[in-house]
Ligand binder design. Structure first.
Ligand code: GFB
Length: 454
């Protein structure tokens, strides 16, 4: 889809960002009757964002979708480009021998596919365009100190004093210094904390009316959530919102969500590695498995059209999950028992394990099987260096997504993204929305079926 060319006037009643705190800002109210007046060409503006440093790769992917849809919405009225935040310093990327900062999005994703949804550029290209290592304004998104008033969700945003210690400081030249993805010379001209309780799309009015800067960065962008809840009762809206803030899982019942999600096609070099592994070890090819990929804008598969390769795939999350979710994460022995049952039920012999476990655990798991063939993808040093921990994780996700039957780990966003990939490929949801249970669970609730919407 092509973003419209925009010609409109800059005659906003601009409410300039005041330096004092507690300023009420304009929350977007959709008005279907308003029409932009058209005049001279408007110059492109850039939206940057970053996420709480503690968040993992796959929650970050969810935050991208929220911000991407904000940019899409902005482009209905003004030309905005999303600046892709370089990857780096992720808590889970433990390989010390790899230089894992300033990693470009093109390492992991296909930029041409992203651009079929919204205009995006890499951060380094943004710096070149600006001609200076600068971000004009940063808004540090934060909660409301007083929480949800009357236990009710209301859309609101206000410039407020910062609640937490913020990772930006003003230097003696009045420039705001901070992490900026590891680019040491970058600075911001303005900085403010913004308390928000808002869907991402509702930041549109703020960005159009409360600032005229050429570039604006939303820091802690996970604070804004997916939209499109009108069909739900206020209680389920509240639960949905709480769920999103914690797990980044929700909003999946909207076309907007799925358009943004479908545009997040993995980079071809990673898909190729995964496909080769499938062919070589798992007897799996797209033609046989009915998983041939087309441009995402052309792809519309019915549930059950994809058959999948002749293997079971398992996302077996370990590490921090062994204590963060110890009640729901199985022992290796109990995981093996469940996998054996699935093999029997599906009359299959091969298993693909995607896991953050170490080699010892993998060998232990394998030891529980006598007849089945258990595989794991092991990257060469060259691939590790080129594509880092993130790339290896994507290869695992890609192989796992193509199996005849998938089973994941309780509330893992890594598993959720595999499930979505399978929805895109056209699998029967019964083969997708499954998770391993732990031996201590009396009732093992299976994941909700978040089906694709076109
Ligand atoms: O992706 P992620 O946010 O999923 O974080 P969760 C897990 C990270 O661990 C991935 C590695 O990005 C990978 O680097 N990892 C996990 C894996 N599973 C695999 C796998 O099968 N293969 C490979 N190669 N790597 C959330 C965290 O994790 O869990 C939150 O994001 C928090 O910060 C929460 O800790 C409890 O949703 O599983």
């Amino acid at each position: 889809m092509q973003i419209k060319t925009h010609f409109c006037i800059v005659l906003f009643n601009t409410i300039v960002l005041a330096s004092h705190a507690h300023e009420k800002v304009d929350v977007f109210k959709p008005d279907t009757h308003s029409h932009a007046e058209f005049g001279e060409a408007k110059s492109v503006r850039y939206l940057l964002y970053d996420v709480n440093p503690g968040e993992g790769f796959n929650l970050r992917r969810d935050v991208f979708m929220r911000v991407a849809n904000l940019v899409k919405f902005l482009n209905d009225d003004e030309p905005w480009v999303l600046v892709l935040p370089p990857w780096g310093r992720l808590y889970h990327w433990k390989s010390q021998d790899l230089n894992q900062i300033k990693v470009k999005w093109s390492t992991f994703f296909d930029l041409a596919s992203l651009r079929e949804h919204i205009p995006v550029i890499e951060f380094e290209d943004y710096l070149t365009v600006m001609g200076e290592e600068v971000v004009e304004e940063i808004y540090y998104l934060q909660r409301y100190k007083e929480g949800w008033t009357n236990g009710k969700w209301e859309e609101k945003m206000d410039i407020r004093d910062c609640i937490d210690r913020v990772p930006y400081q003003k230097d003696e030249d009045g420039k705001w210094r901070g992490w900026f993805f590891g680019y040491e010379n970058v600075y911001a001209k303005k900085f403010a904390c913004l308390s928000v309780q808002s869907e991402a799309g509702n930041m549109k009015s703020f960005l159009m009316k409360n600032t005229t800067s050429r570039s604006v960065m939303l820091e802690r962008a996970e604070q804004v959530i997916h939209g499109q809840y009108s069909e739900f009762s206020s209680m389920s809206v509240m639960l949905d919102r709480a769920e999103q803030l914690i797990h980044g899982r929700s909003g999946q019942h909207s076309t907007n969500y799925w358009d943004a999600r479908r545009s997040m096609v993995f980079a071809k070099h990673l898909r190729d590695i995964g496909d080769e592994f499938r062919r070589e070890y798992l007897d799996s090819t797209d033609e046989n498995d009915k998983t041939v990929l087309k441009s995402w804008t052309q792809m519309k598969k019915n549930h059950g059209e994809a058959k999948g390769g002749p293997y079971i795939s398992v996302h077996l999350r370990r590490k921090d999950y062994l204590y963060a979710h110890k009640e729901q994460v199985p022992s290796l022995k109990y995981a093996a028992k469940q996998i054996k049952e699935l093999l029997k039920k599906n009359k299959l012999k091969k298993v693909f394990i995607a896991s953050d476990c170490d080699e010892n655990d993998f060998e232990t798991l394998k030891g529980f099987f006598k007849k089945a063939e258990i595989y794991r993808y092991k990257p060469t040093q060259e691939i590790r260096e080129k594509y880092k921990d993130g790339g290896v994780a994507i290869i695992d996700q890609w192989i796992a997504a193509h199996a005849r039957h998938f089973v994941g780990t309780y509330v893992s966003t890594f598993s959720f993204r595999i499930q979505e990939e399978r929805e895109i490929l056209g699998f029967d949801p019964e083969t997708t929305f499954n998770r391993l249970c732990s031996e201590s669970e009396e009732e093992c609730e299976q994941p909700s079926k978040w089906k694709i919407v076109y």
